[in-house]
Design a protein around this ligand. Structure first.
Ligand SMILES: Nc1ncnc2c1ncn2[C@@H]1O[C@H](COP(=O)(O)OP(=O)(O)OP(=O)(O)O)[C@@H](O)[C@H]1O
Ligand SMILES: [Mg+2]
Length: 470
């Protein structure tokens, strides 16, 4: 069994920035950047606070120690002892400078011997960068006897903080890259299965109902794949059933059609055949007069011609060949048919008018088949006006289409006939076989269009159809 194949619309283009993959990668990268950024910032801040506090505590302890150690030496102005204290201070880590001054501000001892003897303005604070400055007043019996000054370097502290910060930033970048890679791989696994599903859905949309997906994942996408297959299975079963029912119905319709057609043919040929049989019987009668003979031969002539016409029409109807549309001037074709029919109907005072804004008016049609369509339609109009009248053939552009309409001022079509008019052997004329419009309809359907009929008894009829403009 073959599936019906339908043309599919072109696959919509999705830019990478609209894809699920891009969104997943960006989301994970953003979450990583924000969370890791906050974490690293907190860690760096906390660690630098701890190191700074540690340094300050060490500096305070050292100045206190200097103050205590230098009290007696200050009282006794023992410069050697004071120099020994600053010498010991100098050996401590991170010390930039250390000095002991008397209450006037004169340097009595210093880690920089060149400073000894100089005067220091104690009201002025040092402005050296990367140095933590501390001072402590040395008291004896509650009275100030001097001041110790200490400068501790913060360079190691700053370098340590910068190193921690740099490591944090590197860690953030690493987390973003690793997160993005994991998100990319994850989204690839998910979207690969979604793409498989999408392809199968498109196949089913295109009529290949046997399309299935093979998704092994045991997650939601796997469940979706299972549900998709179940849906496709039931769709295929329903379609098969519908097809079988359609075939059954078509067979029944075909049989009914054959029956109807046989009955119509029998009905059509019964009268002329009876006339032929009677005439032949009459011709064999011994007491046949010359006048009877002439009449019988005349009847034979007319009725056999009628039989031939019926058979020709029937053959035309049953043998409509494949349509070969080309770009052709429909206006010229109507002119040609109108001219031929006009010549034939001059005596009946029927005027055929062809009206078109465009000349030439090119449409896509099979010229031979379209000639037959126009011929049958104009002929019907002519036959509907036994006392003469006008037939208007109009060509009107409707966007990409051209509407061909043929209107007359004839007798019109009664309602009971109107709805069956395009069925074979439906006729309202004594001499008609009722195949003209059914041939027209079949040809038009092969051109992808249909006949539209509007009629008012006593006023006239307008039949029309559209063709693709070329
Ligand atoms: N323009 C028209 N005006 C009035 N009646 C029409 C017109 N066209 C068709 N009909 C009616 O529709 C009937 C069916 O038309 P159709 O062309 O199929 O068959 P027919 O003309 O009877 O026979 P055939 O065309 O096979 O010789 C006609 O018999 C006629 O009664
Ligand atoms: Mg006809």
């Amino acid at each position: 069994m073959t599936d019906m194949v339908y043309p599919l619309p072109a696959e919509p283009k999705v830019s990478f920035f609209q894809t699920l993959r891009f969104r997943l990668i960006v989301s994970v990268a953003l979450v990583h950047a924000i969370l890791m950024g906050a974490f690293v910032w907190l860690a760096v801040t906390k660690q630098s606070e701890n190191i700074r506090t540690d340094l300050i505590n060490r500096a305070h302890a050292l100045t206190s120690l200097m103050a205590v150690a230098s009290t007696n030496a200050l009282l006794s102005e023992n410069l050697g002892s004071l120099a020994e204290i600053t010498g010991r201070v100098k050996r401590q880590p991170d010390v930039v400078y250390g000095a002991i001054v008397d209450i006037r501000g004169d340097v009595l001892a210093s880690t920089d011997p060149a400073q000894v003897g100089h005067h220091i303005d104690l009201a002025r604070r040092s402005r050296r960068s990367h140095v933590l400055d501390l001072r402590d007043t040395v008291r004896a019996a509650g009275q100030p006897v001097g001041t110790v000054l200490l400068g501790m370097s913060t360079r190691a502290l700053d370098a340590h903080i910068a190193e921690t910060r740099d490591q944090g930033v590197a860690f953030i970048l690493l987390a973003i890259v690793a997160g993005s890679l994991v998100a990319g791989a994850l989204s690839y696994v998910i979207t690969r299965n979604l793409h498989t599903l999408m392809g199968a859905a498109r196949d089913i949309g295109g009529g290949h109902l046997a399309a299935r997906v093979n998704i092994r994942a045991r997650d939601e996408v796997g469940l979706l794949g299972g549900a998709f297959n179940a849906m496709a299975e039931s769709l295929e079963a329903t379609s098969d059933q519908a097809r079988r029912e359609h075939e059954k119905r078509t067979d029944a319709e075909r049989l009914a059609c054959v029956g109807e057609l046989s009955a119509s043919i029998a009905h059509e040929i019964r009268n002329p055949l009876s006339a032929v049989i009677n005439s032949v019987k009459l011709l064999g009668h011994p007491s046949l007069t010359a006048a009877d003979r002439t009449q019988a031969i005349g009847i034979l002539n007319t009725e056999t011609q009628r039989l031939q016409r019926i058979l020709n029409d029937f053959l035309d109807f049953s043998r409509i060949r494949e349509t070969r549309p080309v770009a052709d001037d429909i206006c010229a074709l109507i002119d040609e048919v109108a001219h031929l029919i006009g010549e034939d109907t001059q005596a009946r005072a029927v005027r055929v008018h062809v009206q078109s804004a465009d000349r030439p008016c090119r449409t896509l049609h099979d010229p031979d088949q379209m000639r037959q369509v126009i011929w049958n339609l104009i002929l019907n109009s002519v036959q509907a006006m036994p006392d003469g009248g006008d037939v208007y053939c109009r060509l009107v552009r409707e966007g990409a289409l051209v509407r061909v309409s043929i209107a007359d001022t004839g007798c019109g079509i009664p309602d009971h006939l109107l709805e069956r008019i395009v069925r074979p052997f439906v006729t309202g004329r004594k001499q008609g076989t009722g195949l003209g419009l059914s041939i027209v309809q079949r040809i038009l359907m092969q051109h992808g269009t249909r006949l539209e009929v509007m009629s008012h008894v006593g006023a006239g009829t307008e039949v029309s159809f559209t063709l693709e403009a070329a």
